[in-house]
Design a protein around this ligand. Structure first.
Ligand code: RAM
Length: 352
């Protein structure tokens, strides 16, 4: 049993704590309207162990969300922060990490799922053992976690991506392609589906999606996939890469090629990885949200669940430190905000 969970039992009113813990053990899905929080207007428990399990470690996006945002939130409420995870974003790579966290009695597991199904069995076991599970960035099926902290609506992300590539290419339009992360990624697949729907709107009739390829959130594979797209589709006018790894790799390829400035690129990137490519004219604009805020909100969500302030049921509210108050939406979803567009006029104001 973790320090955090031990302290939880020691400090809470005993009867209430026993009730909370047995409720945890029986909870098998996202909170529903019927669930009631045991401590709705209470404060966050001290000493909670909160571990982030990103799609992959050593990805600057997750370094920022977890090691900056997540860590600072956990420090604010005097918990114990950790990050662990695989180096490759493959579907089942996270399972053994979840099992270990469960055995260690970690109070809160915060996971960006590489696959919406592959981690469900082990997450369900971890929850039965008493852990609260928050997904962030990339969701599982709703029944496998307590809450999902969504960085921006999937519709908003898809609309922004299509608008940015359309503006960059101009009214003549042409062929476009998508360079994604892994083929199983819940988040990217949701965005791709909605981008395809967005392309059916009359204002985008001059754009034709000719291919979707996967760089697996690996720099070298993403670079090669970008190169492959240009050799297979010589008339390609634009690439959308809704992954920080993919868009940076594609930008590096285009910037060193004869396609620079002729083939447009947008996607979801971090300002620090994309700055040189905006400055050298390879990329006009790209989008993202603040990953540090995403990790910060996910940590507060996990703490609110573990402290009985929320159960993950629609309509519950909690305070996430400096970000203020949030309300749990349908399916246990908590929305961070709107996507943000970076371009030459604002990129120097950001450092992540
Ligand atoms: C990569 C990952 C992550 C995604 C960002 C935009 O870092 O694929 O899941 O949200 O890009």
């Amino acid at each position: 049993m973790s320090v955090g969970r031990t302290r939880f039992i020691a400090t809470a009113v005993l009867a209430a704590a026993a009730l909370t813990l047995s409720a945890c053990a029986e909870d098998t899905g996202t909170g529903t309207e019927g669930d009631t929080a045991s401590n709705p207007s209470g404060t966050i428990q001290e000493g909670l162990t909160i571990t982030f399990l990103p799609k992959q470690v050593n990805n600057p996006y997750f370094d920022t969300s977890d090691n900056q945002g997540g860590r600072s939130a956990v420090e604010e409420f005097n918990g114990e922060y950790a990050q662990t995870g695989p180096s490759e974003a493959s579907p089942s790579a996270q399972v053994s990490y979840i099992n270990t966290l469960s055995q260690q009695g970690t109070d809160v597991i915060i996971i960006a799922a590489n696959d919406q199904d592959a981690v469900c069995g082990s997450l369900t076991e971890a929850r039965a053992a008493g852990a609260k599970v928050v997904t962030y960035d990339s969701d599982t099926k709703p029944e496998c976690r307590d809450a999902f902290v969504n960085q921006a609506t999937a519709e908003g992300i898809a609309q922004t991506q299509i608008r940015l590539i359309s503006e960059a290419i101009g009214p003549e339009g042409g062929e476009i392609a998508i360079l994604s992360a892994t083929a199983n990624a819940t988040n990217q697949n949701a965005w791709i589906e909605l981008m395809e729907a967005e392309l059916t709107k009359p204002e985008y009739s001059s754009l034709t999606l000719v291919a979707t390829v996967y760089g697996d959130d690996q720099d070298e594979k993403s670079f090669q996939e970008a190169q492959g797209l240009l050799s297979r589709y010589p008339d390609l006018k634009g690439i959308i890469s809704p992954t920080t790894v993919g868009v940076a790799a594609a930008a590096r390829y285009l910037s060193g090629s004869s396609y620079k400035g002729n083939v447009q690129l947008t996607g979801l990137g971090t300002p620090n990885q994309m700055r040189e490519f905006v400055k050298d004219g390879t990329v006009t604009s790209f989008a993202l949200w603040n990953p540090a805020d995403l990790g910060y909100l996910a940590a507060y969500t996990g703490a609110a669940l573990a402290s009985g302030i929320i159960t993950g049921a629609e309509g519950e509210t909690f305070t996430a430190g400096k970000l203020g108050e949030y309300t749990v939406g349908a399916n246990g979803e908590i929305l961070l905000g709107d996507p943000f567009v970076f371009d030459a006029s604002n990129i120097d104001q950001f450092d992540f």
